[in-house]
Ligand binder design. Structure first.
Ligand SMILES: Cc1cc2nc3c(=O)[nH]c(=O)nc-3n(C[C@H](O)[C@H](O)[C@H](O)COP(=O)(O)O)c2cc1C
Length: 311
């Protein structure tokens, strides 16, 4: 059965599923596998390594003829020319996150790009819609990554925002299969974004130690850090993050260390492994295409089973 909704139309994809932007990780190896599987790969800029990002976008053109997007994580990219940089790469879809949607939306839209802004609250969603975005990524606090210290779960946030705005919504935070996608659609989303499932996919470039830690994690094995500071973050439970969990006087960012020593060196205490609660539902490392095909099959099976049972 084909998917057809505003997200598939706007993004030009077969499946309304987006791979999350993730510093150093969301590069061509992972993003091209996602795009080639009919979903949307995204290239990160939050590493701040724009020369490497440019190379990765060039590689994408060799690795796939399918659409892909770029993320501008505003708080992490200090280059004042970031918008022109993204426009120059010729991509058509951009998500903006971790910052004010008024800052870049008009310039990006004037250049013909489709702009979705990532929001963790209703106020942020209304502000983004006022700024003229084409859609929202609504991100609940169970997801991995940098977070609003005032955390709200996807289950509450998604239907709340849906009831107040008309633009299409991609739901993020806690998704990995067709049943969770079906739930998101019931709550008003037309697409889903996956971070933690993609970090632990076969094509993800991260060290096996991180993938294994996700596979072995229970649903209680993430911590929400830095509530007293900003940004807050959700990460895998390790010795370091367990210590930081209730140390309100310490800004966890001062102990972030060198991300790449953890990401690619495999030293799980060297930095902080941004990871969502959904790690508790992930029990193997699998190729992206297999995951995406299964999500699609499960989504339609779940729809059919529900309508049979309750009609
Ligand atoms: C390792 C990691 C890095 C992330 N980096 C970014 C980023 O650079 N920009 C961004 O908008 N979101 C980032 N996020 C958040 C994801 O985009 C996504 O919304 C989140 O992972 C969804 O929840 P899930 O982990 O339950 O799938 C990151 C998440 C992870 C796990």
């Amino acid at each position: 059965m084909p998917f057809k909704n505003r997200i598939t139309e706007m993004l030009g994809v077969d499946i309304p599923l987006v791979q999350a932007p993730m510093g150093w990780i969301a590069r061509s190896q992972l993003a091209s596998a996602v795009s080639n599987a009919g979903a949307l790969g995204i290239i990160e800029t939050s590493s701040g390594e724009l020369d490497a990002v440019r190379e990765e976008i060039l590689k994408m053109r060799d690795l796939t003829d399918k659409p892909f997007g770029v993320n501008i994580a505003q708080a992490f990219v200090r280059d004042p020319n970031i918008v022109q940089f993204v426009i120059d790469q010729g991509v058509k879809f951009v998500t903006t996150s971790a910052g004010n949607p008024e800052r870049y939306t008009k310039e990006l839209k004037d250049a013909g790009l489709t702009v979705f802004h990532v929001v963790p609250s209703l106020d942020a969603a209304l502000k983004a819609v006022d700024a003229g975005v084409d859609g929202l990524v609504v991100e609940g606090s169970e997801g991995g990554g940098f977070k609003n210290p005032r955390d709200v779960s996807t289950m509450v946030l998604l239907p709340l925002i849906r009831s107040k705005v008309d633009v299409p919504i991609i739901a993020a935070g806690g998704f990995l299969d067709g049943a969770s996608m079906h739930a998101a659609f019931a709550l008003g989303a037309e697409g889903i974004q996956m971070g933690t499932r993609m970090v632990s996919a076969a094509e993800s470039p991260v060290h096996d130690n991180w993938k294994k830690a996700i596979v072995n994690a229970k649903e209680t094995d993430t911590v929400f850090l830095n509530r007293a500071h900003s940004p807050a973050l959700r990460a895998l439970r390790t010795e370091k993050t367990t210590r930081l969990e209730f140390e309100n006087d310490t800004n966890a960012m001062t102990e972030f260390g060198k991300a790449t020593d953890l990401y690619f060196g495999g030293d799980m205490e060297a930095s902080i492994a941004l990871t969502g609660q959904v790690a508790g539902r992930i029990d193997s490392v699998r190729p992206v295409a297999e995951v995406i095909a299964e999500v699609k099959q499960q989504f339609f099976a779940s729809l059919e089973q529900m309508s049979r049972q309750y009609s």
